[in-house]
Design a protein around this ligand. Sequence first.
Ligand code: IPE
Ligand code: IPE
Ligand code: MG
Length: 250
Amino acid sequence: MSSIQATDPKHIAIIMDGNGRWARSRGRERVFGHVKGARVAKKIVEHCARKKVQALTLYAFSEENWSRPMPEVNFLMRLLARYIVRERRSLVKNNIQFRCIGQIEKIPEDIRTEIEGTIKATAENDGMVLTFALSYGGRQEVLLAVKNLVQLAQQGKVCPEDVTEEFFSGMLQTSPLPDPDLMIRTSGEWRLSNFLPWQSVYSELYFSDVLWPDFSIDDLDAAIQSFRRRDRRFGGVKSSPFQPESLHSL
Ligand code: IPE
Ligand code: IPE
Ligand code: MG
């Protein structure tokens, strides 16, 4: 039977989904859900920092989200900029280090400047690492690492034997963070939508039916409780008293 592991996740990754449906179910525009969702993100970030979670990675905008109607994309970008500017002081105060992964070069320049400002302002913090996945796609991240690798190989700086899992992980944008222990998705969707495909191979998955704007600290704690009950085997087995001597004895 599964043993109970009382360890807490060091790295939590969250796919914050369901903003649009939350707003539509109230007869409001989808963007209203994004505004409420940003407030929830702030609450969850502060809660995780208080709980001494080492790393929190939030999926804020996917590579594929660029295909949404322009007014929604523009609104999301402005909202992001507002969050990043407004939260700068509180991130510094809470000793949170802010980072971004994704194709940041696609983000409008004025917003990128604010992102860089917050990264710089929090660079010396050594508490929780908060990573925003912005314009992020997992396949694109892996492809970029492969392209960089090919270039290094062409320059004779790397040979096939060097390319271990650790080496490749080190070429991804998430480096040097450990892989997520717990991956949460809200809104009742059971998929990962191009989020951290390399890093999540052994993440514990937790799907919540709650729409992100309704996601509470209690919901996060329920996900952590569920994680504590998981038996992470990483392909191994727990020692068993049963040792068959040979296949023929079965
Ligand atoms: C998640 O909520 C936020 C982003 C993807 C930016 P959605 O906007 O996907 O909301 P639903 O899934 O359509 O309800
Ligand atoms: C994933 O949600 C991206 C974010 C939460 C930022 P989506 O709503 O874009 O994903 P799909 O389209 O349901 O797979
Ligand atoms: Mg969605």
